[in-house]
Write a protein that binds this ligand. Sequence first.
Ligand code: DGY
Length: 323
Amino acid sequence: MAVRPRVVVTRRVPAAVEDRATALFDATLNPTDTPFTMGQLQNAMRTADALLPTVTDKITAEVLGTTPRRAKIVANFGVGFNNIDVAAAKQNGIVVTNTPDVLTDETADTAIALLLMVARRLGEGERELRAGKWTGWRPTHHLGTKVTGKTLGVIGLGRIGRAVAKRASAGFGMRVVYYDPPVSAADGKAVGAEPRDSLEAVLRESDFVSLHAPALPETRHLMNAERLALMQRHAFLINTARGDLVDEAALVRALQAKTIAGAGLDVFEKEPVVTPELLAMENVVLLPHLGSASTETRVAMGMRALDNLEAFFSEKPPRDRVA
Ligand code: DGY
């Protein structure tokens, strides 16, 4: 790399990643961590060779179509890339990459943590204790739902869905069923999961339903009022994928009507805004999109985005090209 490519990093990233970005490239960092405006994103596309945005930056057709434009690659810091208009990137000849694999374990751990928290009412218990309302142990205090031996329905048996299935079957003795037509029964069996022919069959049969599908136009509101109504009254919904997958208003109605028992959510339709009714419900566990938030994983995600840029500027195929 004779002339160092100019790379704009839109948010603070772990120090080790910022150091490597500066060592490899003529990198512009964002020390104040202030989210970029559309104008700043367009300016970066105009003046830099590459953009390294995160999952909250909206890389729209307007941003990608900036003219004149110097940027040739957008290396997303995140496995999900629904923040990027991939069709517009293709149209403009812009390469897009993501950061798969390195966050699989953390996100699966978060799904299992939500499942345990909501089933055993752990958030509620902690709130009670911190509020000074705990009066001591008693046999009928704060009873939740047993997890071991129950049925988990996994919607989408990709990398993260598989990691969740494995944890649930091997770690918690759960019966795991899944819906993901391209995944063979043999691949499901490898992680202790049995296929079902339809999403509806999984919903009817499961005590817990965990969503692991990508956010696409066709998966928007995958969990709508009709599908929520198929879940059992004692069942819980877990979402660590994308908020778009759940019709949040329909979920609130299902929770209010008690047609499902509760929900564990790490992602929301209009982040960082959370439907106010959810905030008031004790049977809902809410996390601020922490799925991949361990130091090790966030460093690995940043390094993976830099690896993609390094390959691209060395005229090698970036490992995680999605467009
Ligand atoms: C992703 O990478 O898509 C997560 O939502 C953030 O880690």
